[in-house]
Design a binder for this molecule. Structure first.
Ligand SMILES: O=c1ccn([C@H]2C[C@H](O)[C@@H](COP(=O)(O)OP(=O)(O)OP(=O)(O)O)O2)c(=O)[nH]1
Ligand SMILES: [Mg+2]
Length: 151
């Protein structure tokens, strides 16, 4: 298992609420909690930036973290992310923030400490552009956006 530097910015993490943890041994995501002062109601269409009380420093440019919706919240309640996916750069040292978007039709109450999203550490390959005049021709060429049909 990888080791990740983290800072607790909200003392309720580690006391009232546990550090983000893998729910099962095979889980890919660490659940992030809403470290709100008090519960909030997210109205239909509303987006709110929610602090997690935690910062991480990934440090290795060969890694990044993604903030992803929790499938239960997204599917059952329409609560997803305002940025669809959050990308945490390896050099970011600020608080992990979750943009919560209620794309549904009904208001959703977010309780203090509720698990609102999940953090996944992923490998990254950085590349530089090698400018060329022509590509070696591929079977697909420039065809895209349904070029291969739908069946
Ligand atoms: O859901 C998110 C997305 C981003 N971030 C933090 C970590 C990330 O490294 C930084 C910048 O994110 P991004 O590059 O996606 O945003 P930007 O709009 O391009 O801002 P910047 O100009 O700071 O790069 O904001 C979060 O805390 N939560
Ligand atoms: Mg950026």
């Amino acid at each position: 298992m990888h080791s990740l530097q983290a800072k607790i910015l909200d003392p309720r993490i580690g006391s009232e609420f546990p550090l983000p943890q893998y729910a099962t041994p095979g889980s890919a995501g660490l659940d992030l909690r809403a470290m709100l002062k008090e519960e909030v109601v997210l109205e239909p269409g509303q987006t709110l930036l929610i602090p997690t009380g935690l910062s991480i420093y990934i440090a290795d440019p060969g890694l990044a973290a993604l903030i992803l919706p929790r499938s239960g919240l997204g599917h059952k309640h329409g609560v997803v992310l305002g940025n669809l996916v959050g990308l945490i750069d390896s050099d970011y040292q600020g608080e992990l923030m979750v943009s919560c978007w209620n794309r549904g039709q009904t208001a959703f109450r977010i309780a203090v400490g509720e698990r609102i999203a999940q953090l996944v550490l992923v490998p990254v390959v950085q590349a530089h552009f090698e400018l060329v005049d022509e590509f070696h021709e591929s079977e697909r060429g420039a065809g895209g956006f349904g070029h291969t049909g739908s069946h």
